[in-house]
Every structure is written in structure tokens, then in C-alpha cells.
Design a protein around this ligand. Structure first.
Ligand code: GLC
Length: 608
């Protein structure tokens, strides 16, 4: 997107006044808990972020707004008063914040194939984010998951490149709204560049267990000793995420690059580099792909931000990490903790001539152009907090939930009548956290009533003529018999490499609750809350119906809408569904139980 000349004149004029220290300050993004009072002005820091779960002590919209505006106000005390931009991961709504509308994760949005809906979700998300003073959203992920053992599969819209490109562009347009300099427009960060979803199983080195290998990795430095982490590692955590994408250039260009081209055409002004490597070279230091391909060939005029401590993985020597990443085309560094060390190291690298001043000027020009395009240098009226969790936004989320439900088997089960008794089984039916998944209130997500929303049990009871028609049984056992029953089972909430798994199979607890409910129900449906397909081949014959519900978010009413026939099932798989544990990688030779595009529909009963 070419910038109006007044933008460039303004930026060049400002740049000419800046010291090297102020320029490097603009390239620095610490996490909010690390930045010391006065340092934003002292260093002219360009940005501050909240990581996953980076909430104010009391997590509510008012405190979020107060926290963020506090950082923004501090920047006005700097010598040149260059505005600070605050960033968050609003990957399915303003999801760290209690009370925000939580939309379905991307894998569910892919199943809707509804471009207009995704644009409306982007707009609603932008309003709730901007109402808290935040103008940068580290989304959309345009990942194309190849091996669905990857814990981040749910952040991908699809395994189909064209669908990812289309939905990502729509989300970007939604975040932008009328124009970038509107106070309710939010800067997207298209991520993670590039081929983050193509890594080879077992190639990740993030948790090597070797304390020396983690010297620059403050986030997971003790991972190899933490008991909780050991349990996750035994299930396969950190086998794939941040690993090595061993693909040829043609595959990279035809499968993984197109969504970035589409995003640039949609006006994207920020892209985040991936922790992963391409054929052994870390993306955070990949000059060919960042400088030559993305900024050169594809003409990207915005700025590149790293991932969280992303440059630290390039080399054991931090000076080398800084020099290689900035010379590779990185413009802003997400350095959550040791931001003074980064500033000192980059200053030294410039003084030594290892990083040319022209590279610094290019990076800062890109950052300032983007801030100017967003209108940050002007006084802007921030949207009112009343938009947060509004009825209108929750209705958009409910529509998305409806349209994301994929019905894969239905032998005389759906839609239910609203006057019949129903057995609803499984703890996940009464667990808002399970239906939201990772990146919700906390980084990993968690169980229970973690925010405002409607769980499936509440939704079912709100839909039928008499709430007592819905009998809830956590373990599936009942002394009564039922014409129909639904068992809701869920994947454990997780984020990033914490969610990598050796295999994708139902747990014994899942199978037990299904077996218990089976005894009381003439017709039994299973509803799976998960961030990816699971191998169900051997179990499906015992079920009369099956719904892939994905991670629907706060508006469980959308599930009831299709189960009870107020709306038809319309969702279509945007991922392949594996036949066995040997088929978890998308490849022509893999065997699929269901293929991309599968999904049954139902008729809405005619009410006379
Ligand atoms: C995380 C994720 C990235 C996120 C960033 C900031 O490690 O990889 O998707 O935007 O850090 O939270």
C-alpha cells in the first residue's frame, strides 16, 4: 500500500531529528511486566506488548484501558513524543480480557467458509481491542498446518492455501475498518512468516533438555525440570512447534507464501517472523526470505516484528543474534525481558559497523510510516468500552459458532425436538474454558467459567421448552432411558508447542463417558471440542451421529441453534480428517476418514 507523500515527508523529517538511541528505542518492544517506570520515555520505546495472559491484576475492560493508556501517556514524556503502539494476541476476540466476546478459533472459521462473517469478526474484534487503547493485534495467523500433531493447528483457518488467503484478507479488512487512521482500526500482524505449519515432527529444538542450549531462552529456561512440563513433554509437547520446515522452494512459494501476498494486497503493514526454520536456517535470521523475497520481490512496505524472544534462538552468542536478525530485515524486536541488553547490543553493533545505520533508518522509517498511517500522531477519540462483549458482537460470534459446526455422521439424530428428553453428558458440556481452548484469559487457556459466556449445557437448557428436559450427567450414567443423547468430549486447552502431541486419540475418560451414555440412549451423538481432528475411525460405528465442534468460544448458544434445528448444520471441513495415527500429515498418500469439504446438512423443521 503506497503511503501518501505527506506521510513520507513527515516521517523523514522526524527521522532526521532522532538520535541513534531514539531510533533503536523505536525498534524495541518489551513485555508490559518488564518495562520499568520511566523507561518508555527514557529509551523512546516504540511498543509494549501483553503476552498470552498479560492482563492487569484485576482483569476487566476498564483496567485494561487504564493500563494501556498509562503506557501510551508515558511515551508522550519522551523528547520527541513519538507515540507508542500497544500489541496483544487477540486471535479469537480480545481473548486475554475478561468479558470480551470470544469467537471460534480459526479452524472453526475455516469450516464456515464465510468471508463476510470473518470480516465482521475482524471488525468486532478491532472495536473491543481499540476500546482498551490497543491498536496492534498479533493476528491473523496464516499458518497452513501440514502435520496436525502441531499444537497450533487450531490457529490455522485451513489446510487449503486459497481458503486461508481469502479468510485472512477478510479478517485484515475487518481489523482495518474504513481506513487505517480511524481510532477503531487495529494493525494486524500476519504470522508467522513463513511456513510455520510445515515443520517436521521431532525437529523442534525449543526444549532440548540441555540447560546450556537454553541460555538465551528466559521463557522456558527451566522447562526441562518443571514437573508439569515433563508431563506435557511425555505426550509430545515441543516436538513440532518452532521446528524445521523441510520443504522445497516451490512448495514454500505455492503453499505457504500466497496468504502473505494476499495480506499485502489487503493493506497489511506488519508481519511477524516465525520461530521455525526453513531447511535449517532460522526465519528470524533469513535474509533471503525476509529481505529479498518479502520486502523485495513481494514489495512489502510495512515493518517486520519478531516473535517473543525469537532472535535469541539464532545463535548461542547474543551479539550475533542481534546482528544477523536486524541485517536479515527484522525491524522491531519483541524482547519481552532484557530490553536494555538489546538496546546496548544493537547500539554497539551499529558503532562497530556490523549493522549499517542505513538499516536502522530503514527499520525506523517503516515503523514510523505505519504509526503515521494508523493516525497515532493525532489525538484520537478511543471507542467506548460499552462495545466490549456487546449483544451485537455476541450475536456475530453465535452466528460463527452455528456455521462452524461440522456434522460428519447423522443417522436419524439431528435436529432434536425441543419437547423431547435429552441426556447431555460429559464434563466438557459444562465447561466454558474447554469450549474456548488456548489463548483465552491465560496463554494456555483453562477449565471452568473463565469469562462471561454460555456453555453448552446452559445453551441447551435455554433452547428447549422446559429446562428439565435436558438431563445433565457428567459421567454419562443415568437411571432413565432417552430417545437421544449427546456426549461432549474435549481436548485439553493448550497453546503453541505445549499442544504438540505424539498421537491424536480419544482418552479412556472420553470413551468411558460415551460408553456410559450409550447404555441409556437409543440414539447417541458425540460432539468433539478440539483444535484439530482426532482419530475416531474405530469408535465412529458405535455412534449414531458425530459433530466436529472445534473451539467455539464464549457463545455456546450457537451449538444449540443447530442441534435443535433453529438453523441447519452447514459447516464443511477445512482440514483433512485422518484415518489412523499414521495419517496425521496432510499428504496425498495419507488415508482420510473424511476429506476437506465434507460436512452434512440438516433441514430446519417447518413450524406450522
Ligand atoms: C508467542 C507466539 C506468537 C505471539 C507472541 C506474543 O510466542 O508465537 O504467536 O504473537 O508470542 O504473545
Amino acid at each position: 500500500m503506497s503511503q501518501p507523500s505527506n506521510n513520507l515527508n513527515f516521517v523523514h523529517n522526524l527521522l532526521s531529528q532522532m538520535t541513534l538511541a531514539e531510533k533503536i528505542g523505536q525498534m524495541t518492544q518489551p513485555e508490559k511486566n518488564s518495562v520499568k517506570p520511566g523507561d518508555i520515555a527514557k529509551y523512546s520505546l516504540g511498543s509494549v506488548l501483553s503476552g498470552g495472559g498479560g492482563n492487569p491484576t484485576e482483569n476487566n475492560p476498564r483496567n485494561w484501558r487504564e493500563m494501556v493508556l498509562g503506557f501510551i501517556e508515558e511515551a508522550k514524556q519522551s523528547r520527541l513524543k513519538i507515540p507508542l503502539i500497544y500489541g496483544v494476541d487477540a486471535v479469537h476476540g480480545h481473548n486475554n480480557m475478561h468479558g470480551a466476546t470470544i469467537f471460534p478459533h480459526n479452524i472453526g472459521l475455516g469450516a464456515t467458509r464465510d468471508v463476510d462473517l470473518v470480516r465482521r469478526i475482524g471488525r468486532a474484534t478491532a472495536l473491543e481491542v481499540a476500546a482498551t487503547g490497543v491498536r496492534w493485534d498479533f493476528a491473523p495467523a496464516v499458518s497452513i498446518p501440514y502435520d496436525i500433531r502441531w499444537g497450533r493447528s487450531f490457529e490455522g483457518y485451513s489446510q487449503d492455501t486459497a481458503l486461508v488467503s481469502e479468510l485472512a484478507a477478510a479478517y485484515i479488512e475487518g481489523l482495518r475498518g474504513e481506513n487505517w487512521n480511524s481510532p477503531s482500526s487495529v494493525l494486524p500482524s500476519v504470522k508467522h512468516f513463513v511456513a510455520d505449519g510445515a515443520t517436521t515432527f521431532g525437529s523442534s529444538r525449543r526444549i532440548s533438555g540441555d540447560p546450556n542450549a537454553l541460555q538465551n531462552d528466559a521463557t522456558l529456561a527451566n522447562a526441562h525440570v518443571d514437573a508439569g512440563m515433563q508431563a506435557l513433554l511425555s505426550q509430545g509437547a515441543w516436538q513440532l512447534d518452532q521446528g524445521n520446515s523441510e520443504i522445497d522452494e516451490e512448495t514454500l512459494r505455492t503453499v505457504h507464501l500466497p496468504p502473505y501476498q494476499k495480506a499485502i494486497e489487503a493493506g497489511a503493514l506488519n508481519i511477524m517472523t516465525s520461530y521455525s526454520s526453513w531447511n535449517g536456517v532460522k526465519m528470524h535470521g533469513h535474509s533471503y526470505l525476509v529481505n529479498d523475497v518479502l520486502k523485495g520481490e513481494m514489495g512489502f512496505e510495512g515493518f517486520i516484528v519478531t516473535d517473543w524472544e525469537g532472535i535469541d534462538q539464532i545463535d548461542a552468542d547474543y551479539y550475533t543474534c542481534v546482528v544477523k536478525s536486524i541485517n536479515a530485515g527484522i525491524d522491531m524486536v519483541m524482547v519481552p525481558f532484557k530490553y536494555e541488553r538489546f538496546i546496548e547490543t544493537l547500539s554497539k553493533a551499529v558503532e562497530n559497523g556490523d549493522v549499517p545505520l542505513s538499516r536502522i533508518d530503514d527499520a525506523v522509517t517503516r515503523i514510523l510510516k505505519t504509526k503515521h498511517a494508523l493516525g497515532l500522531f493525532d489525538e484520537q477519540e478511543i471507542p467506548d468500552l460499552s462495545v466490549v462483549g456487546s449483544r451485537a458482537h455476541r450475536e456475530v460470534a453465535r452466528e460463527a459458532v452455528r456455521k462452524s459446526q461440522v456434522l460428519l455422521k447423522n443417522e436419524g439424530v439431528f435436529p432434536f425436538s425441543k419437547t423431547q428428553k435429552v441426556l447431555l453428558a460429559g464434563s466438557a458440556a459444562n465447561d466454558l474454558g474447554a469450549q474456548c481452548g488456548g489463548w483465552t484469559i491465560s496463554w494456555m487457556g483453562s477449565h471452568g467459567q473463565i469469562t462471561e459466556g454460555t456453555n453448552i449445557l446452559e445453551a441447551f437448557r435455554a433452547t428447549v421448552a422446559n429446562p428439565e428436559l435436558i438431563q445433565y450427567s457428567e459421567d454419562g450414567l443415568s437411571t432413565e432411558t432417552f430417545d437421544v443423547g449427546v456426549v461432549v468430549i474435549a481436548e485439553e486447552p493448550a497453546a503453541e508447542g505445549m499442544g504438540d502431541r505424539f498421537e491424536l486419540k480419544l482418552t479412556q475418560a472420553h470413551l468411558d463417558v460415551i460408553a456410559n451414555a450409550r447404555k441409556s440412549c437409543k440414539k447417541l451423538a458425540v460432539l468433539l471440542l478440539s483444535g484439530r481432528p482426532y482419530v475416531i475411525t474405530d469408535h465412529l460405528p458405535e455412534w449414531d451421529a458425530f459433530v466436529a465442534s472445534w473451539l467455539p468460544g464464549s457463545e455456546g448458544q450457537g451449538v444449540a441453534d443447530v442441534v435443535f434445528g433453529d438453523f441447519p448444520f452447514t459447516g464443511k471441513l477445512s482440514f483433512y480428517w485422518p484415518y489412523s495415527q499414521q495419517d496425521l500429515k496432510l499428504a496425498q498418500e495419507s488415508k482420510h476418514l473424511f476429506k476437506l469439504g465434507d460436512g452434512l446438512t440438516t433441514r430446519v423443521p417447518v413450524t406450522l
